[in-house]
Design a protein around this ligand. Sequence first.
Ligand code: UDX
Length: 456
Amino acid sequence: MYKIAVAGTGYVGLVAGVCFAEIGHQVTCVDIDEQKVDLMKSGVSPIFETGLEELMQTNYAAGRITYTTDFKAAYQEADAIFIGVGTPEQPDGSANLSYIATVARQIAESVENDCLVVVKSTVPVGTNDKVEQFIQDFLVKDVKVEVASNPEFLAQGSAVHNTLHAERIIIGTESKWSEELLTKIYAPFHLPIVSVNRRSAEMIKYASNDFLALKISYMNDIANLCELVGADIQDVAKGMSYDERIGSKFLNAGIGFGGSCFPKDTKALEYIAKQNGYELKTVKAAIDVNKEQKTMLYKKASKRLITLNGLKVAVLGLTFKPGTDDLREAASLENIPLLLEQGADIYAYDPVGAESFAKVHPEGKQGKGSITYVSHIEHALEEANVCFVFTEWGDVKAVTPETFKKLMRTPLVFDGRNMYRVEDMQEAGVEYHSIGRKPASRVSVKESNNYELQNY
Ligand code: UDX
């Protein structure tokens, strides 16, 4: 078993640290935020992630994991230091590497033993060559420090499961010593290891994420065409999925991809290509389609409703996907300002994301409209004139067509996640618009009494 330090306790760093402890390594997680460190010591996870808190608590109690702001103590005797700090997107699409540089400098000034620095953060191809050189340049003690690339493929909400049961571990190294050490660290996971050089490992991360983003944008593009030609995207996806070369995952059309990875990594790879004098047309297309798709529901609603001014608008789901409280690049963040601009009175429900959303859009009057956060779906739907579904939470999915019909003033639903069967909505008399499928029913203008609908 090895002494492992982890720099950064975000999704990547904390989950990696906890899982390394779980398989028996001795782990110290480092963060600059003292409050966060205290919180983690008390067994509370700073992020919402299924199963994480339990593992934090059991491994802390067993003495296999600890948390500190004292990076020197954590790094000086570590066999391996994993870097999991953020590489946020800059305005030009490139990745901001300043957090990595700070950690690299701290490592150079702290290590007292030979050690392997393992970069888990997503970084542009070639960055880890520079990180290694940078550490060598600032190294205080005469010890061996090498850098390996070990990209992370965890999805939020299932990060612990994804780490413990990863489909593959990618290790990118430039020496036998690094390769063997990293292989031994991962051995207790009993997972397939793909060992390549450092630059290929860095590229595998971008190429994988951008391929998935492309898959989603492709399905969204096809979904929009399905609407025009009278095909059903879910049936189309089902038919495609039987082809093993295509696969059955990531074929769900909707209101585009959000989150901390796909939007950032598509732009970053496009930027890397540009820097190298190459235009990455496929990735650019994925970005362009996604931008359009994010406001697809709003565009549909604007065609159907003459105005949203003064209407009660139910919003179900705010996070970029279910199982997380993360709002980064969520479709709700693009659509809600548009609804408020129109003067909508929004009643928003999200089982975990409402608090963070309220920091961006505080409850109360906002411009011409207003926003109220409710803790029950029914309170959002009661007497609502229209409902938007942005996230496929389980309890949102469980709302029956009859409930929409019974509770809403006008049963008019715009669903960005294709959660309900068109036929069921039709049968219940709910006017239902989704993505890549035919609409269901039509609410009559008479029924809608205090506002107008237009033909669409
Ligand atoms: C993703 C990758 O899955 C993971 O491997 C990588 O390490 C980080 O980025 P994450 O962002 O957590 O993980 O979520 P994911 O489940 O992949 O969904 C990303 C976005 O794509 C969400 O907004 C989701 O709603 C959307 N999506 C996903 C679709 O619109 N359709 C699909 O079929 C799948």
